[in-house]
Design a protein around this ligand. Structure first.
Ligand code: HEC
Length: 160
């Protein structure tokens, strides 16, 4: 019995070590400042601060990769969240979105935040300071609504 446990232990360690060989891509492509959300919409400093504190790790090219993001299997989960986060909404390439898409994303920000879906729960566990207060949720929602209205006005000049 003890011998069996020992072998299970060794097999587990070998597996964990082998898993480290599969390193997902963790890159931060260069940011063209003229294409960011800040260059496209009116983003007051306090809104920018919230976005950078709670969203840009997954929704921009400016991800801060923590040390544990190099260790499998956390590395796989982190890289997957960043990949999916960037592809669903990338604040670094915001200006490349058509105006209707930008307005749609602002609507989604409103919904995701007011339903307490973002930032993702596991992320909040590791980054307690990323959680949004009630007041911050209100401010982001009001800002998203205002910017969406500005984009959908017939004579609006923002975006594309
Ligand atoms: C840990 C990574 C992570 C963080 C941090 C994060 N998101 Fe997300 N977000 C995702 C992923 C992954 C998706 C893709 C859809 C999904 O899996 O839920 C997503 C999707 C979205 C979407 C698109 C939803 C849709 O309907 O397509 C919006 C909008 C969004 N996030 C807003 C935010 C905002 C605003 C913040 C900051 C308050 C934030 N997210 C923080 C990972 C993250």
């Amino acid at each position: 019995m003890r011998k069996k446990l020992k072998w299970i232990g060794i097999a587990f360690i070998v597996l964990v070590l082998a898993a480290q060989l599969y390193q997902p891509e963790r890159s931060n492509p260069t940011v063209d400042e003229s294409k960011t959300i800040y260059a496209s919409l009116s983003v007051p400093p306090e809104i920018k601060a919230i976005l950078e504190r709670s969203c840009t790790d997954c929704h921009s090219h400016g991800t801060t990769w923590p040390w544990y993001s190099t260790i499998a299997p956390i590395s796989w989960l982190t890289a997957r969240d960043v990949k999916n986060g960037r592809s669903s909404m990338n604040l670094s390439t915001w200006r490349t979105y058509k105006k209707t898409r930008q307005a749609n994303k602002l609507d989604q920000i409103f919904t995701e935040i007011s339903e307490d879906k973002m930032p993702l729960k596991p992320y909040r566990l590791m980054h307690p300071s990323a959680a949004l207060s009630k007041d911050e949720i209100d401010r982001i929602c009001r800002w998203a609504e205002k910017e969406r209205d500005r984009l959908t006005e017939p004579d609006s000049t923002g975006g594309k």
